[in-house]
Design a protein around this ligand. Structure first.
Ligand code: SF4
Length: 370
């Protein structure tokens, strides 16, 4: 069994909040990049069948027809297990019937749409390339083409967003037939347009109390319409939890291919070259594009397992972690656990998990395990 992430680091425009590894697209460079990607994957001679394949970005949906055929050649190197999950991230404005049919031919069975909000004024502020109507059209096209597993990304606590705006987003969501929602609060990242606007006092961040109110509102409303809250920022209907993302949260191994991608194999976490041209050059010279790798000690691995496990609503299963690392986790982290129990931020039964109050202090909890 194997899991694969492939990074397509190109975007047509740069969103004002984004610090992901990406470049504004240039057709020729994308062609070269896809050739390099194909070569990198071949270097690994991966024989295992895949449980999950995730094409993320950047914006994989900007690829033109020729590039899509190159991508198909790349993904056809893999074979899949039954019940595999194959996701592609798309921007709503790129969705056409032809593209979705092509994705289906490639084996894609899940589409993750970068929606962020349905409010056209806020979409403009975020510098997204779509409007509310593009999202509705995209979802209709995807469903009509026969891909039923559709996830959307939502951002809340956007500067200038009101509770009323968020309520309108949730009202629209109720009318859509979605299987999965990822809802993240806006994080102010370094070297973004938003950071400059905040520093120049052109706008202000949503205050913490309103952000917490928004988080609560999303949790409550999605639960009411049948979504299970299974990870701090993720909600799924009818067992459509993201199999691929659970690999990360359950600290399982995966391959990462492409510029800026990371992977986790054995006890090694590796990071690929973070610049498109350097990545392409390395592959052209038959060099491995890994730029950095960390060999995790047993203590690192246990801490990572805690950090990631706290993100899941089911938490960290005590027996599993004890058996996996031959420890008694309650002793291993005695000080941290005592402190968190005192604050009421965690609960313990068969698992250790964040309490309802603890959900609002996730970052403070994570810090104790770094
Ligand atoms: S948010 Fe997505 S589409 Fe926007 S710049 Fe970042 S990677 Fe590109």
């Amino acid at each position: 069994m194997a899991n694969v992430y492939i990074h397509i680091p190109f975007c047509q425009r740069i969103c004002h909040y984004c610090d992901f590894p990406k470049r504004v697209s240039k057709t020729e460079q994308i062609d070269e990049y896809l050739l390099a990607l194909e070569k990198e994957i071949k270097m690994y001679q991966l024989r295992e069948k895949l449980d999950t394949l995730y094409l993320g970005g950047g914006t994989p949906s900007i690829l033109n027809e020729k590039q899509l055929h190159m991508l198909k050649r790349i993904t056809s190197q893999f074979s899949f297990n039954n019940n595999y999950e194959f996701t592609i991230e798309c921007n709503p404005e790129h969705i056409t019937t032809e593209k979705v049919n092509f994705y289906k031919e490639m084996g894609v069975n899940r589409i993750s749409l970068g929606v962020q909000t349905f409010n056209d004024r806020l979409l403009k502020l975020l510098n997204r390339g779509h409007k509310k109507t593009d999202v509705i059209n995209a979802i209709n096209i995807i469903k009509t083409s026969g891909i039923n597993n559709v996830s959307i990304d939502l951002i809340y606590a956007i500067p200038m967003q009101t509770m009323e705006n968020l309520k309108e987003d949730l009202e629209i969501i109720k009318t859509l037939d979605l299987t999965h929602i990822s809802a993240y609060s806006l994080i102010l990242e370094e070297k973004t347009v938003f950071e400059k606007m905040i520093n120049d006092k052109k706008m202000t961040l949503v205050d913490n109390e309103i952000e917490a109110e928004m988080f609560q509102f999303i949790m409550k409303n999605l639960k009411e319409i049948g979504f299970k809250h299974y990870e701090i920022s993720n909600y799924a209907k009818n067992n459509y939890e993201s199999k691929h993302n659970k690999i990360y949260w359950q600290n399982q191994t995966y391959y990462g291919f492409g510029m800026g991608a990371s992977g986790y194999l054995g006890n090694i976490r590796y990071y690929n070259e973070n610049h498109v041209q350097s990545y392409i050059n390395k592959i052209d010279q038959n060099q491995c594009p890994i730029m950095n790798q960390d060999q995790l000690t047993l203590d690192d691995q246990i801490k990572e397992e805690m950090l990631l496990g706290f993100r899941l609503m089911d938490g960290i299963k005590i027996e599993e972690i004890n058996n996996k690392y031959n420890i008694n986790v309650l002793d291993y982290f005695k000080d941290q656990i005592t402190q968190l129990l005192k604050k009421g931020w965690i609960t313990i039964d068969q698992s250790i998990k964040l309490s309802e109050t603890g959900l609002f202090f996730g970052n403070e909890v994570f810090e104790l395990f770094i």
